[in-house]
Design a protein. Structure first.
Lengths: 113, 111
């Protein structure tokens, strides 16, 4: 499709397990963002990739969170040793040049039991 | 860090009423964006504003980039049930590469 694609759409896992969330950005978009959204809350910035530059990891809440972007396209957000407070919707967005709007995927709803 | 103050946090209106929400900041922004999020979906871009004083419409939606560059508002005229959702403002300052988001306005419409 033409939009940002995220998978899985839903993930339920036990506390302590590792999870990987995937984002396929819009083709040609050089910027990729990850956000976290708790129930009924706003968007919490996690990490930002722009082209080949070093990512901005300033929003990652702990060292259990990491992300990579391979080949300037697909990105994977990894959460190690998940905790219940990690339960949220994880949204990915991509954008063109700096200053252009971001376009969002529908998110991955993560539930930690 | 930079923050956007979005108000109101929630609105309960009757179908057919007009709606107004706004975002303010202590910082100057070069770009203002308004998004809408439906349940279970990601935010969808409604309107993008790039110049101070700019007034842009998208159907029944109208948004303005404040002349001081520190605020923006979104109006919805003649609300309909499908307008229900959460509306987010977002801004970008000069030289920055990350959007700053408001906390959202939850719109509920009584038929």
């Amino acid at each position: 499709g033409a939009g940002v694609s995220q998978s899985p759409s839903n993930k339920v896992t036990e506390k302590g397990k590792d999870v990987e969330l995937r984002c396929d950005p819009i083709s040609g978009h050089t910027a990729l963002y990850w956000y976290r959204q708790s129930l009924g809350q706003g968007l919490e910035f996690l990490i930002y990739f722009q082209g080949n530059s070093a990512p901005d990891k300033s929003g990652l809440p702990s060292d259990r969170f990491s992300a990579e972007r391979t080949g300037g396209s697909v990105s994977t957000l990894t959460i190690q040793r998940t905790q219940q407070e990690d339960s949220a919707v994880y949204l990915c967005a991509s954008g063109g040049r700096v200053g252009q709007p971001q376009h969002f995927g529908d998110g991955t709803r993560l539930s930690i039991l | 860090g930079q923050q956007l103050n979005q108000s109101p946090q929630s609105m309960f209106i009757q179908e057919g009423e007009d709606v107004s929400m706004n975002c303010t900041s202590s910082s100057i922004f070069n770009t203002w964006l308004w998004y809408k999020q439906d349940p279970g979906e990601g935010p969808v871009l409604l309107i993008a504003l790039y110049k101070a004083g700019e007034l842009t419409s998208n159907g029944r939606l109208t948004a303005q980039f404040g002349i001081t560059r520190k605020d923006s508002f979104l109006n919805i005229s003649a609300s309909i049930p499908s307008d229900v959702g959460i509306y987010f403002c977002a801004g970008l300052t000069a030289g920055a590469q990350k959007l700053v988001f408001g906390q959202g306005t939850r719109l509920t419409i009584n038929p």
